[in-house]
Design a protein around this ligand. Structure first.
Ligand code: HPA
Length: 265
């Protein structure tokens, strides 16, 4: 269980290293190198309390650009971090002065209208995992006991994302993100169930960070890079090589969009 003071210590070290920023961008799988060399680099190991990401393609480096904190390396439940642990960096960013969090991820397309290489704005999420970063004693200094999730993914930021995409010449899609813990990919039967339940995209991240961010009053934008058709959709099977490859290919598009967004929000 982290203390409020632990978050304060992390926030102080972030601000000391790079100054304050209003916006933070969390880079998803295959996108971790997008901002390499772009600003002040702070290894996670130098920020007190930041765990070391263990997932492939997640380096563990904070880059401070002119407009944003870029988090190169995120934590996943499947690494063994609890929902609370993997939200530590989100709450620390709030105390560092961040008001807007852009969460990116690699996701499988459950909805056949989405295709590999697409970028989709997350309109909402479904978390039926039974886990939640807010379980346990509530610290009122972050937020209230019960958090409203009706506009979890800010309608205002979704509109801005659509405008930024248009001005970058990107045909942006949208969809509901369904969380699965992984690390095994889903079975075709699970994907059929997710489809019936209303999921358009499926992935192993984002929802806990979104909940923690909403709890402490930050505005959230979610962007999925569609890396593959989900298992069984059109007969597809999934491999992490394909996920990484497609995320890297779509990276240039995501990079343009994120830069535009960081300037705008
Ligand atoms: N399932 C879960 N997570 C993912 C997928 C998928 O198909 N693609 C990228 N991340």
């Amino acid at each position: 269980m982290y203390r409020f003071e632990d978050h304060e210590a992390a926030a102080r070290s972030i601000v000391k290293a790079g100054g304050k920023r209003h916006t933070a961008v969390v880079l998803g799988s295959g996108m971790g190198s997008l901002f390499k060399g772009r600003g002040i680099s702070v290894p996670y190991s130098e920020i007190p309390g930041f765990p070391q990401p263990t997932a492939p393609m997640h380096r563990g480096e904070l880059i401070v650009t002119d407009n944003a904190y870029i988090l190169c390396g995120r934590y996943h439940r499947y690494e063994g971090y609890s929902a609370e642990e993997l939200s530590f960096y989100i709450r620390s960013l709030k105390l560092a002065g961040v008001e807007t969090v852009i969460l990116t991820n690699a996701a499988g397309a459950v909805n056949p209208a989405l295709r590999p290489g697409d970028i989709a704005v997350i309109t909402d999420h479904i978390n039926l995992s039974g886990e939640n970063p807010l379980i346990g004693e509530n610290d009122e200094r972050f937020g209230e006991r019960f958090t409203d999730m009706s506009d979890a993914y800010s309608p205002r930021l979704r509109t801005i994302a659509a405008e930024c995409a248009k001005s970058c010449g990107i045909d942006i899609k949208e969809g509901v993100y369904f969380y699965m813990s992984g690390p095994s990919y889903e079975t075709p039967a699970e994907i059929r169930a997710i489809s019936v339940l209303g999921g358009d995209l499926v992935g192993m991240s984002t929802v806990f960070e979104c909940i923690a961010a909403r709890h402490c009053g930050m505005e959230v934008l979610g962007l999925s890079c569609v890396t593959n058709m989900a298992c069984g959709v059109g007969g597809a099977s999934v491999s992490s090589e394909d996920v990484g490859k497609t995320a890297a290919e779509a990276g240039e598009k995501m990079y343009r969009l994120l830069n535009k967004l960081a300037e705008t929000v």
